[in-house]
Ligand binder design. Structure first.
Ligand SMILES: N[C@@H](CCOP(=O)(O)O)C(=O)O
Length: 345
């Protein structure tokens, strides 16, 4: 993924000493939702971040954070994670020959993400606590030991992640009316807003979008206006009760005349399924929160007809197969014969 670092060099903190660590060269596609646009009366697009090298948007920020860690002489990185950050950190650490330490909330991380972190060679430590607990331990350790923190508190993470906004403007020729995005630790909404503003100021777009952030109902601190002590949701990637970038996200919502709302787990799973069955895109549950939010906002009249809306799909659905297989699935077993199969067609 040196691609984005090279392509957007003038907007990124890159020097001659910054190594361009590459896993692949491209960005991710902006997919027009032809079927859903018609159904909803919108000009709807999905930015499918699940097609990044480790299957989530975290690669954008991680390639930048790891590059700077190497430039600054660091030998090890560390993060707290609900899964995607750990996968990206572990992969880029492997590529850059750094040690990688990962703290995860026990039993609350999608199986595919855990497999990734292990396979890329990270030291994975599970704690009896949630993501917020893990992050505070990681902050303490990286504050006192020579280990680089690579959660989104690391400013280079947001620098890398803002390139998603650049790609959207480049693909559409201008900014969309609305950017819908899931909000967990709140780094991504902050990064996108930074990106849209910088591109606008550089004359690359004629406007900036309204930022619509969506949280899971059981983990919705920004919506409630208070820390959620025991966050709970099927969308484990955004199971966060005390977002690190709370202030930045609140600022993005305010400056862009945006809104923040919560969607239930049921709405998230329905949106995930609708997205797959209508457009052929399999996104992880947290990703579907952005689309579930758009459905809800459209229904409530908060998004007018024909608006150009981009939903950020943060991660690939293949990372979390359990969430699908644990639901009632429509699968039948029949005898191994032509007639038996034909009968059920
Ligand atoms: N959903 C995240 C939580 C950590 O967020 P970060 O952007 O601060 O690294 C994850 O995948 O771990």
């Amino acid at each position: 993924m040196a691609g984005i670092l090279e392509k957007y060099k003038e907007f990124l903190p890159i020097t001659e000493k910054t190594p361009l660590i590459s896993l692949h060269e491209g960005g991710t596609p902006l997919i027009r939702a032809n079927n859903l646009s018609e159904e909803l009366g919108l000009d709807l697009y999905f930015k499918y971040e699940g097609l990044n090298p480790t299957g989530s948007f975290k690669d954008r920020g991680m390639v930048m954070a790891v590059a700077k860690a190497v430039e600054e002489g660091s030998k090890a990185i560390m993060c707290a994670s609900t899964g995607n950050t750990s996968a990206a950190a572990a992969a880029y650490a492997a590529r850059a020959n750094l040690d990688c330490f990962v703290l995860i909330p026990e039993g609350k991380i999608a199986i595919g993400k855990l497999a990734q972190a292990i396979m890329y060679g990270a030291k994975v430590i599970s704690i009896n606590g949630n993501f917020d607990d893990a992050l505070s331990i990681v902050r303490e350790i990286t504050g006192s030991k020579p280990i680089t923190l690579v959660n989104s508190l690391n400013p280079y993470r947001l620098e890398g992640q803002k390139t998603g906004a650049f790609e959207i403007v480049d693909d559409l020729g201008d900014a969309p009316d609305i950017l819908a995005i899931p909000v967990g630790n709140a780094g991504n909404i902050s990064a996108y807003w930074k990106g849209f503003k910088e591109y606008y100021e550089a004359g690359k777009s004629t406007a900036v979008p309204r930022m619509f952030g969506f949280q899971a109902a059981g983990a919705a601190p920004l919506v409630k206006g208070e820390v959620v002590k025991n966050p709970e949701t099927v969308a484990t990637a955004i199971r966060i009760g005390n977002p690190a970038s709370w202030d930045k996200a609140a600022n993005a919502l305010k400056e862009s005349d945006g809104l923040v709302d919560a969607v239930t787990d049921e709405e998230i799973l329905q949106a995930q399924s609708l997205l797959a069955k209508s457009e052929g895109i399999f996104a992880e549950p947290a990703s579907a929160a952005s689309f579930a939010g758009v459905l809800k906002a459209r229904e409530a009249g908060l998004i007018e007809e024909s608006k150009r809306v981009v939903c950020i799909l943060t991660g690939n659905g293949l990372k979390d197969p359990d969430v699908v297989l644990n639901q009632n699935i429509d699968m039948i077993t029949v005898d191994s014969s032509y007639d038996a199969v034909l009968e059920v067609l």
